[in-house]
Write a protein that binds this ligand. Structure first.
Ligand SMILES: C[S@@+](CC[C@H](N)C(=O)[O-])C[C@H]1O[C@@H](n2cnc3c(N)ncnc32)[C@H](O)[C@@H]1O
Length: 419
């Protein structure tokens, strides 16, 4: 799932001007610093590079097998950070050949209803690795005869790194040495301690059902270097979406993300607001361009925990999710939460979408583009309100239809101005 907003302000943006951001192939930032296997059964590792792990990889000694050869097991393997390199997806490599192909068709051919299935398969292919248990996404349109959203759309759960954005950093990852599932009452779990450091609560961010219970805080999940197993309570986002969602055309807000036929409970993870990760400078430039079209897709990574206690802190990165996204509501049923898995750079959290309350079957999933760290009674200022804009961008009025919406039409048919 891709979208935009922020714990602070979303940068209003526009529709994409072309599909020039798509290209195919993937690159990885790999290290060739391989461990050395010695014949006498010792296992030597290169110099230790990380500091925050409770393990000292220089002390790793593999146990001998009966044959006298060194054997590695998971416990020893995971202690060496060099065995874990994260793939880095570059924005310049965003796939685009299918989009280009279809965009070259005549307008009549582009209305071919079978394109709906093409897009559904394309989404499934793009997301199969990240959300293996996710119900398939359907494209639904009972508003007009567009078979799909525009073919500039690239559905992905990955962050595509723009120019100047560093690759994921695992060198300073904190990892726990727990076995089995991490215990929320543990006195030694390093991941629990890190979560507590940010929340002040003696618990993980999730309850036993994997639902978010600590809200308004960043989430620190167990990662690839941790000893705990895959069923650990502190691994939710990394296992991908489990609930059913669909992409559906709306009357007034373009395409949106809707719940499937089953109720989605409060605190459930529903997707990642993925897209291009841009440096702030590139984000500014793009935002300026997009503003002219009055569309909102950029999201500054300016969460509270990043700026707290840091005078003069400035936004480092922005996510551009113009390829797709949830719509805004002034009474949102979802929230965006920064989440870290295999990334120790605090400035680069994943933007994850969680439900704020129970969501009925087929209800639209929206969050507030005006920020998520608001108290429930706070007034939400619609980002679509023209009076907010000094840049004279062409903004649609807010069509969320929430009772507290500041951008809706009054009885005279005129749009309220935000004050
Ligand atoms: C991140 S995109 C969401 C996906 C978009 N609906 C589409 O079809 O591409 C944000 C854009 O959706 C539209 N939108 C989202 N929420 C809206 C709302 N509450 N009222 C009016 N337009 C909305 C605006 O055009 C906005 O710039």
């Amino acid at each position: 799932m891709n979208v935009s907003s922020s714990s602070g302000q979303p940068i209003p943006v526009s529709e994409s001007t072309s599909a020039n951001l798509h290209r195919s192939s993937r690159q990885s930032s790999t290290s060739s610093n391989d461990p050395i296997h010695l014949f006498d059964g010792e296992f030597e590792t290169p110099p230790k590079t990380r500091s925050s792990s409770p393990y000292d990889s220089s002390k790793v000694v593999a146990t001998k097998t009966f044959g006298g050869f060194p054997s590695l097991n998971w416990k020893t393997f995971r202690q060496d950070v060099n065995n874990f390199t994260q793939k880095c997806y570059l924005a310049k490599n965003l796939p685009h050949s299918l989009q280009d192909h279809i965009n070259c068709w005549s307008p009549i051919a582009q209305r071919f209803p079978g394109l709906r299935t093409v897009l559904e398969c394309y989404i499934q292919e793009n997301t199969a690795d990240d959300e293996p248990d996710a119900p398939l996404i359907e494209i639904i349109n009972d508003v007009d005869d567009d078979p799909t959203p525009p073919w500039e759309f690239h559905y992905s759960n990955k962050m595509w790194h723009g120019e100047g954005v560093p690759p994921p950093d695992v060198s300073r990852l904190t990892s726990c040495g727990c076995t089995g599932k991490c215990d929320p009452k543990s006195k030694t779990c390093a991941c629990l301690k890190r979560q507590q450091h940010y929340t002040g609560e003696a618990d993980f961010a999730y309850d036993a059902k994997g639902r978010l219970k600590l809200i308004d805080y960043p989430i620190f999940e167990c990662n690839d270097l941790c000893g705990c197993d895959e069923e650990c309570r502190n691994r939710v986002v990394q296992h991908g979406r489990k609930c059913s969602v669909n992409i559906k055309k709306t009357e007034e807000k373009g395409w949106g993300v809707f719940a499937g036929p089953k109720k989605i409970y409060q605190g459930n993870f529903v997707g990642i607001y993925a897209g291009e990760l841009l440096t702030d400078a590139v984000g500014e430039e793009r935002g300026f361009k997009y503003n002219k079209f009055g569309r909102t897709y950029l999201f500054d990574l300016d969460f509270h925990h990043l700026k707290e206690g840091k005078d003069g802190w400035e936004v480092q990165y922005t996510v551009d999710a113009y390829h797709a996204g949830n719509n805004h509501s002034c009474d949102p049923n979802c929230r965006l939460v920064p989440c870290y898995v295999n990334e120790s750079n605090l400035d680069k959290p994943l933007l994850t979408v969680f439900t704020r309350r129970d969501i009925e079957p087929f209800e639209e999933l929206c969050f507030s583009y005006s920020g998520d760290y608001l108290e429930d009674d706070d007034e939400v200022r619609s980002p679509f309100c023209a009076a907010d804009r000094e840049d004279q961008a062409v903004y649609a009025k807010c069509a969320c239809r929430a009772r507290n919406c500041t951008g809706k039409s009054d009885s005279s048919g005129h749009q309220h101005l935000c004050s």
